[in-house]
Design a protein around this ligand. Structure first.
Ligand code: SAJ
Length: 413
């Protein structure tokens, strides 16, 4: 059996490596030649627990190979990005992936889409493939006894725990026909120990979007609560801890906003396609997007207080979108630090143990320095804890004495 995985990113590469580690031959396809070259040399371009070792071993054994073009295979798994741009989801990478595999498709193949997608995208892939390959029978309404199976199965893995969750998570699997679903389930059972739950493609597509919207709405509740608590001078962390002792209450953690390429993005897929119905989902997005502004207001007020004693120093602890990862996509911590660096009237000391150098707008500015957490704190009058990385839990409380603290994650509160 040969599996071809189109897209060697955060989902495709770990899935490819996991399948290969089970002794299955995998061809990973990516349009980026650097990614392909790296993988073929046993190197990875993303940070994920244990992934480097498993890629190294499976490439060494000849079970995992990367290429810029697909070859014929038994199963094609599409895991390419679907960014949200100009108010709508961009499915052009999915389209490109489908056009890439069309020439090498053959009777008996299974095609699975894993990319987060608007409802109807799996059918769209089927139409594209059917147009490109009129010689094959596809699972559309006017085709009897289709030769190709097509299904949607969203990835649900949590960055930082990807290799574990790929195996243990339940999977929602929606084929274009019941037979497609059955075939896709057989494929996932090769490596998935969770339950494979059959449904339709539309339900599976919407299920993925709703899972992340659910999380976003719940985080927005926690964030709104933190604003209400500020108004009443109540410690939100204590309040959440106490409220969660109720048997049916489980409030999430407030923070400086929601980041990452999933929870901060996917709800917009729903809002853009059902704007009249998705009112709560839209409001939650707006609440979460407003949180960095609230953090900046507090830091600005402290900077104004310290201004009379000379140029204030601000320590920004953490840049990534969540703790213990090196991913800065949509990161509120990064957005906050970049905005502070634009003020120009403060020195900024950044501590980010998961990055080697300052990213984006922060790089190349004389008043922005990357350093250790202890040095950042020592040199700053204001300390903003933006990400609760494990390393920061070792910071001595004594080193914070006399500092203005903006603790967005409740580590010291
Ligand atoms: N966050 C909070 N408070 C919380 C929990 C999270 O502020 O109580 C923030 C985080 O700091 C981060 C953001 O939310 O900025 C998102 O982090 P996350 O850990 O909630 O989720 P992701 O984006 O790393 O992964 C999510 C997961 N989805 C759900 O939990 C419903 C994961 O299972 C999905 O596979 C992934 O999105 C994806 O790829 O869609």
């Amino acid at each position: 059996m040969l599996i071809s995985i189109i897209g060697l990113g955060y989902v495709g590469l770990p899935t490819a490596a996991l399948l290969a580690s089970r002794g299955i031959k995998v061809l990973g396809v990516d349009i980026d030649p650097h990614v392909v070259e790296g993988v073929n040399n046993g190197r990875i371009h993303i940070k994920e627990t244990d992934l480097d070792a498993i890629v190294h071993v499976t490439v060494g054994k000849g079970l995992l190979l990367a290429a810029t073009k697909p070859a014929s295979a038994d199963v094609f798994l599409i895991a390419v990005p679907t960014p949200f741009q100009d108010g709508r989801p961009d499915t052009s990478y999915v389209e490109r992936a489908a056009r890439m595999i069309a020439p090498v498709l053959r009777a008996g193949n299974l095609v699975v889409l894993e990319s987060t997608s608007p409802v109807g995208t799996t059918e769209f892939v089927c139409r594209l493939l059917a147009q490109a390959r009129p010689d094959l029978r596809f699972p559309n309404s006017d085709s009897n006894d289709p030769q190709i199976s097509i299904a949607y199965c969203p990835e649900r893995i949590l960055p930082g725990k990807v290799l574990h969750e790929l195996v243990t998570n339940d999977r929602v699997i929606g084929g274009l026909t019941e037979r497609c679903t059955k075939r896709a389930i057989e494929f996932y059972q090769l490596f998935c120990e969770g339950q494979c739950l059959p449904t339709t493609a539309h339900t599976a597509e919407l299920c993925k979007l709703m899972e992340n919207a659910f999380r976003d709405v719940n985080i927005a509740f926690a964030n709104e609560l933190s604003l209400i608590c500020e108004r009443f001078g109540v410690n939100v962390w204590e309040l959440v801890r106490l409220a969660n002792r109720h048997p049916r209450v489980n409030i999430l953690e407030p923070g400086p906003g929601v980041g990452g390429h999933c929870v901060a993005v996917d709800p917009w897929f729903i809002v853009s396609s059902a704007p009249e119905q998705a009112r709560l989902i839209r409001t939650a997005r707006e609440v979460n997007d407003s949180m960095p502004h609230n953090v900046l207001k507090k830091i600005r007020a402290y900077a104004a207080e310290l201004n009379s004693n000379g140029r204030p120093g601000i320590a920004c602890l953490g840049l990534t979108y969540k703790p213990d990862v090196n991913d800065i996509r949509e990161s509120p911590a990064l957005a906050i630090s970049e905005e502070i660096s634009r003020w120009g009237d403060c020195d900024v000391f950044i501590a980010e143990p998961h990055l080697q150098e300052l990213p984006g707008d922060l790089a190349g500015k004389n008043h922005v320095v990357m350093t250790s957490a202890s040095e950042a704190i020592a040199r700053a009058g204001i300390v903003a804890l933006l990400v609760n990385h494990r390393q920061f839990s070792h910071i001595e409380r004594a080193s914070l004495a006399g500092k203005k603290i903006v603790d967005t994650r409740g580590v010291w509160s």
